[in-house]
Design a protein around this ligand. Structure first.
Ligand SMILES: [Cu+2]
Length: 118
């Protein structure tokens, strides 16, 4: 009985781990600009690098201005399967890049990257 119970516990543990082990959500690995970085404008190249493939057609980048207004960011034609890239012209100030990435397993991940343009 104790052995069976242990086996059952191990099996439950394995089943709980399976969804994350079998499918990769798109986690942000690094970005340009990095979070809280100050970069030079007005030409700004955005690059978000993920740990797995993302759907560039159905992922979303939104720029949040200091006053709270938002602006959709048109992405470049996907240059790398695990990247979301865009080029913007920005005035000096504080911004937040809000991202929503759709990975190939159908899961959506989200995050925000605050940065400043000098
Ligand atoms: Cu996933």
């Amino acid at each position: 009985m104790p052995i069976q119970r242990t086996s059952a516990a191990i099996l439950v543990g394995i089943l709980l781990m399976l969804p994350t082990a079998a499918f990769a959500h798109a986690h942000l690995v690094s970005s340009t600009p990095a979070a809280n970085a100050t970069i030079h404008g007005p030409a700004v190249a955005l690059e978000l690098r993920f740990n797995s493939r993302v759907d560039g057609q159905r992922s979303v980048l939104t720029l949040v201005m200091a006053d709270g207004h938002t602006q959709a960011v048109a992405m470049d034609k996907q240059s790398g399967a695990a990247n979301l890239n865009a080029h913007l012209t920005l005035k000096p100030g504080s911004y937040t890049l809000r991202w929503q990435a759709l990975s190939t397993d159908g899961h959506i991940t989200r995050g925000e990257i605050p940065f400043s343009v000098s």
